[in-house]
Design a binder for this molecule. Structure first.
Ligand code: BTN
Length: 257
């Protein structure tokens, strides 16, 4: 039983023992009936989890947090959508740092890493009405007790990092409380503070790195650059060696190392 001490996110929690994807389950709920903002769907066995770029999100049953929250951030204009990613990333960041306090980083746009290994993925699906966001489904997969991974990107869990199994309800409650806190900051217009904290904890912020640009024709080019920041559209700004600054959307560039 999850009972988070929150005023929006997780005030109402729906637990389903198993489902394909909590994002899809929640989407179905929203289209069938009126549900309260903050309603959160949690499952212990997600069988067809979805990730960004159309990838699959796989996890062992009864091991990790897989949940989705229904939000109605009507106060956010479509062009400022990325502020949702910032607030949610920080809520997850807060949770992992309080459970495990070492080298936790946010990798643009919203992966959470421990020592370069992915511990959490976030899939935010926004639905627009005119120039504003009407509904938002915030899906979070946070690896807690999973013992091994076999994807192509290095992944980890809290168990792998600490050697200790953790109570999933406790970790979920903490996550919902941190998300709620960050969502309130966003609602209260504390954007500058959220951005500053996002940058403070951002992987490779203002450091030199190797990137790969994906051209529209699918060809790829590698270059060295320095991340200068992220604009409200969610594009990353990178200064290239020749000092030219370019903005890339999520699918247009990849961090190599
Ligand atoms: C990614 O890093 O590619 C995002 C992964 C998001 C996974 C979560 S798990 C709960 C929610 N339901 C889904 O189908 N996906 C998200």
């Amino acid at each position: 039983k999850i009972s988070a001490n929150t005023s929006i996110i997780g005030k109402s929690v729906i637990y389903v023992p198993s489902c394909h994807s909590t994002n899809d389950y929640l989407n179905q709920l929203i289209s069938n009936k009126v549900i309260e903002e903050g309603t959160t769907v949690v499952t212990s066995d997600q069988t067809k989890g979805r990730g960004q770029r159309g990838n699959a999100w796989e996890c062992q049953a009864d091991s990790n947090i897989t949940l989705s929250c229904f939000l109605q951030p009507h106060f956010i204009e479509a062009k400022d959508q990325f502020t949702m990613n910032i607030a949610v990333s920080l809520g997850v960041y807060d949770t992992i740092t309080s459970l495990y306090s070492s080298n936790v980083k946010i990798k643009w746009p919203n992966d959470i890493l421990i020592d370069n290994k992915k511990i959490c993925g976030i899939l935010i699906e926004n639905y627009l009405s005119g120039r504003k966001i009407s509904n938002s489904i915030v899906g979070i997969g946070l690896n807690i007790n999973q013992t091994s991974f076999n994807g192509n990107f290095p992944a980890t869990s809290l168990f792998i990092e600490t050697g200790k199994k953790m109570n999933l309800n406790y970790a979920s409650q903490l996550l919902l409380e941190n998300l709620d806190k960050r969502y309130h900051q966003l609602k209260n217009g504390e954007i500058d503070r959220l951005k500053r904290e996002y940058y403070d904890n951002m992987f490779w912020f203002q450091e030199e790195g190797l990137f790969e640009e994906v051209n529209p024709d699918g060809t790829r080019e590698r270059f060295n650059g320095v991340i200068l920041g992220v604009n409200d559209y969610g594009c990353i700004s990178i200064a290239k060696e020749n000092k030219e600054v370019k903005h890339y959307a999520f699918k247009e560039v990849k961090h190599i190392y």
